[in-house]
Structures are given as structure tokens and as C-alpha cells.
Design a protein around this ligand. Structure first.
Ligand SMILES: [Zn+2]
Length: 240
């Protein structure tokens, strides 16, 4: 677990130790969970009084959170990103090899949490979030900071040719694949970097300082390493 504090936000980058089985919280209200582990620990560290998590479906759709969220039913509404301007509401993502992404605008004081696997990225989740931030909240792309947690990386993330073919349908020039002695490996981070640049951000707006490969590190849930383990790590961000 790492707690990162910035002028306007606090982030909880979770790991194996604070991981949860999504089925144990699905449908519960945020107010019921606030005293339960690991949410009590997160609440203490990032000072949020409620949480919102979606039922992640690897698509490019999400929700805007308005209100204090104490009656938000966890993992019930489908979607892969949340956006909010509410203070002290923890918006979050569950992952085990997919990429947790936080987008933050210190000028408009707005945050987004994004669950991004290869499918979500290929289906345009980044473009959709950036469009919504610009259209509904008057965000300027140059003001944004994009931060990532840990995910599967090209040291370990082996894929097959049909995966490559599907990505190439949308991004034929991507350099996110690594071809070595008969195997193909994929980097979600390299893919994300290409996508944010294509959508008008610059590389130095991407903070990768919290990134590790979830497969070869011992600190994270990884479906590719232990596919029977239902647990997922949490990433939660909250505005001060
Ligand atoms: Zn690795």
C-alpha cells in the first residue's frame, strides 16, 4: 500500500495486503463498508467519508458522481470510469493485471478513476474520459496529470496472435508488443502512453512512478499468475 498526497488529492495505491474479493462487497452500501477492512484503513489514510466503485465490464463507459455517495451500492452499476468534483468521496478501481489510472485536473479540481485493460483501452476509454472532462467540466488537456498504478507488463504479459490482430484493427502502428524468440508480450503502459499522446496529451503528463509489473512482483494480485484467486487490489482517489 502506498498513500500519495498532492495539493488537492490523496491516492491509495493498494496491493495484495489490502486486496478484497469483489463478491463480498457487491451490492453493499458505501456507508456499510466504511467501518470494514480495508475501507476503514483507506478512509483513515485518504480522508474520504464514502466510496464509489462500479461493476467493471471492460468498456468505454462510466459515471459522473454527484452527491456524498453514502448510499452508493458497490459494484452494482456497470462501467469502467468514474468522474467527480465531490470532496472526500473515494472513487475507485479494482484490478489484478489491468491498469488502474487516475486523471487529475488541479485547475478545475476534478478527478477520474479508470479501470483499463487492453479491451477498455482499445475500445476508447481514454478518449471518452478526456472528451467528457472537456465537454462537461471545461477541462484543458494541458492541465491534466495522468497517474498509473501497477499492471501486467511486457516482461511477463504473454499474448497470442489473435490478441495482436484485434489490437492492430484499432491501432495498426502500436509499438506496445515485444517480439522475442517465438513469444509475443504486451505492455499496457506503452499502449496507454501512445493513446494519451494520440489524444492530445504529452508524455510528461504521465506519472509512472507507482508502476510495477503485477505478474513478476510478489506484492500484487495477478489473474495471470494465480487465476483461481478472486482477490483484487484497490486504487482509490479522493479530492480534499
Ligand atoms: Zn513482469
Amino acid at each position: 500500500m502506498r498513500i500519495k498526497e498532492y495539493k488537492e488529492i490523496r491516492i491509495f495505491w493498494g496491493d495484495l495486503k489490502s486486496a478484497i474479493n469483489p463478491d463480498t462487497i457487491r451490492g453493499k452500501l458505501s456507508s456499510e463498508l466504511i467501518t470494514e477492512r480495508p475501507f476503514n484503513e483507506i478512509q483513515k489514510n485518504i480522508h474520504c467519508h464514502a466510496f464509489a466503485f462500479l461493476n467493471q465490464v471492460h468498456k468505454a463507459e462510466g459515471k459522473i458522481i454527484i452527491g456524498n455517495c453514502s448510499d452508493f451500492p458497490m459494484l452494482t452499476h456497470d462501467g469502467d470510469y468514474l468522474i467527480t468534483q465531490e470532496k472526500n468521496v473515494g472513487i475507485g478501481i479494482l484490478t489484478a493485471d489491468c491498469l488502474p489510472i487516475i486523471v487529475y485536473d488541479p485547475v478545475q479540481k476534478i478527478i477520474s478513476s479508470i479501470h483499463a485493460g487492453w479491451k477498455g483501452l482499445t475500445r476508447g476509454i481514454i478518449k471518452q474520459v478526456l472528451l467528457q472532462l472537456q465537454q462537461d467540466f471545461f477541462v484543458k488537456l494541458s492541465d491534466l496529470v495522468v497517474m498509473i498504478g501497477s499492471s501486467a507488463d511486457d516482461c511477463c504479459y504473454e499474448v497470442k496472435q489473435d490478441f495482436v490482430d484485434e489490437v492492430h484493427l484499432h491501432y495498426p502502428h502500436t509499438k506496445a508488443f515485444l517480439y522475442t524468440s517465438g513469444t509475443i508480450k504486451f505492455s499496457l503502459v506503452k499502449y496507454l502512453k501512445e493513446i494519451i499522446i494520440e489524444n492530445g496529451l504529452s508524455e510528461n503528463q504521465l506519472d509512472v512512478s507507482n508502476f510495477e509489473c503485477t505478474i513478476c512482483s510478489d506484492h500484487y494480485c495477478s489473474v495471470r499468475k494465480t487465476n483461481k484467486d478472486p482477490n483484487r487490489q484497490l486504487t482509490v482517489v479522493s479530492l480534499k
